[in-house]
Design a protein around this ligand. Structure first.
Ligand code: CP
Length: 314
């Protein structure tokens, strides 16, 4: 694996290999006094975030540190981006300093792909290979979120193939939804997107999933329900339906959660808007896998760094 830009770069065997590595790393590290592996000693991982993040940025930093890589965080605020430096110049600057991996989050869909193309071209001159990881690009993709969600589904449901997963809410602005639909379909799950028609993207009928507007009718058949964050920052003030209507029709209330089968799990990529997308009592119930998703994020990101950097050196 050279870069991780999109889940569509992964076939079922490659995605499963990443999940298996994450499992092995989790087993190796959990409950042991030694929490650090020497695997990536001497490697440099830079996180370059042009949008805010808690889970993704911190878990990549932990993942790098737990594998003994040198990790450095760059954010748009506080870097030369605020002086007007272009994305291309910033990326090539970090690559030229010898970054083995740049983990990038950017508001523009396709940004990670562009950076990979620039650094690959620059490699011919510098001889430096820099792996690029897409940590969320606009409304396009968030591949490591989908991988950690798949790890959580596998752990909590015993497998993914044949499981029924509902993804609920603001699909239009969600890179998490797109990455999950394509990865879960690759791994054999049945996915249904449940959303108001105003929050569905053009072309969704070509995605490998079903689409529904009726949450209450879908819940009894699901093995997992994944609530999405409503991305008000991408709506430019025009949120339709209103947040009140949204909560009434698509919020996961305790009454709605009771429609799920007993074995079903509740997921959310975070950050959650409690009270609108999901009731606090549902988010904190035993059926909630939300903190498990966060924990798996560290091991999945360790696996991604391992496959990109240790694989490349062997
Ligand atoms: N799920 C997710 O990407 O969270 P952050 O924005 O906190 O990284």
């Amino acid at each position: 694996m050279k870069h991780l830009l999109s889940v569509t770069d992964l076939d079922a065997a490659e995605a499963t290999a990443l999940l298996d590595t994450a499992d092995r790393l989790k087993q190796a590290l959990l409950g042991r006094e030694v929490r650090k592996l020497p695997t990536l000693r001497g490697r440099t991982v830079i996180t370059m975030f042009y949008e805010d993040s808690t889970r993704t940025r911190v878990s990549f930093e932990i993942a790098g540190k737990w594998m003994s890589a040198d990790t450095i965080n760059v954010s748009a605020r506080g870097s030369s981006v605020s002086k007007g430096e272009s994305l291309r110049d910033t990326s090539l600057t970090l690559s030229s300093m010898g970054a083995d991996c740049v983990v990038v989050r950017h508001p523009a869909s396709g940004a990670a792909h562009r950076i990979a193309a620039w650094t690959d071209r620059d490699r011919a001159v510098t001889g430096i290979h820099t792996s690029i990881v897409n940590a969320g690009d606009g409304t396009h993709e968030h591949p490591t979120q989908a991988l950690l969600d798949a790890a959580t589904l596998r752990e909590r449901l015993g497998g993914i193939a044949g499981r029924r997963v509902g993804i609920v809410g603001d699909v239009l602005h969600s890179r998490v939804a797109r990455s999950n639909v394509f990865l879960l379909a690759t791994l054999g799950a049945e996915v249904v997107l449940i959303a108001p028609p105003t929050l569905l993207p053009v072309g969704v009928e070509e995605w490998p999933c079903r689409v529904s507007a009726e949450l209450d009718a879908e819940l009894p058949a699901l093995d997992a329900v994944m609530m999405l964050r409503v991305q008000a920052e991408r709506m430019h003030g025009a949120f339709f339906p209103s947040s009140r209507e949204y909560a009434i029709r698509y919020g996961l209330s305790p009454e709605r959660a009771a429609l799920l089968p007993d074995h079903a799990i509740v997921m959310h990529p975070g950050p959650m808007i409690r009270g609108m997308e999901i009731a606090p009592s549902v988010a904190d119930a035993p059926s909630s896998a939300i903190l498990g998703q966060v924990r798996n994020g560290v091991h999945v990101r360790m696996a991604v760094l391992y496959h990109l950097l240790a694989g490349a050196s062997s």
